[in-house]
Design a protein around this ligand. Sequence first.
Ligand SMILES: Nc1ncnc2c1ncn2[C@@H]1O[C@H](COP(=O)(O)OP(=O)(O)O)[C@@H](O)[C@H]1O
Ligand SMILES: [Mg+2]
Length: 195
Amino acid sequence: MIIAITALKGGVGKTTTSIHLAAYFQQKAPTLLIDADRNRSALIWSREEKLPFYVASQAGATSLIRKYPHIIVDTRARPEADEFRDLADGSDLLIIPTTPNHLDLDATFKAVEQLEPLNANYKILLTKVDARTKGGEQARKLLEEAKLPLFKTEIPLLVAFERASQKGVIIRDYSDPRAKVAWLRYKLVGEEILP
Ligand SMILES: Nc1ncnc2c1ncn2[C@@H]1O[C@H](COP(=O)(O)OP(=O)(O)O)[C@@H](O)[C@H]1O
Ligand SMILES: [Mg+2]
């Protein structure tokens, strides 16, 4: 399966989502994460070689693609319209992470406007949801009212995600009391895609 993670905004959890979904898919079959973002965040995350899957740059991936049943593509923010079309054509599923922040939601609605005419198979993932506020609930309501495809599972706001990336590990391998719950969320997202 080929899954691309895309959004019009940066900082919404594209790389974090790519890393953790790659970890989920790796449990099913060999999975390649292609870092197609010029800032190379996923490649930097993988530098310590503590990730359970292989990360390649876009240029480095060409010879590898055939060998992997599952491919996750982490993309850059603000893709051009052409890039959206290429991603839609080249993937089985596009995932659009968004935080409940109104600017991020606004960018998500704009992304959907671009994707709809392309007949893209896409699904929105709510990320960095702060359990202490009603932001997540309100965002879900807004997206549901607009009848947009949305993952049932959402990703909580937890500093452990940032710490795990600094340590070069996935959250499952990070020693924090909440790491297990956090990993379970991405596992549930994975199960919504490929049980
Ligand atoms: N669920 C989360 N909770 C807390 N921080 C998060 C979460 N997801 C991502 N982050 C942090 O937010 C920042 C942006 O995330 P990142 O995955 O790099 O987004 P993008 O690839 O869209 O720019 C990073 O510092 C990351 O560690
Ligand atoms: Mg990124």
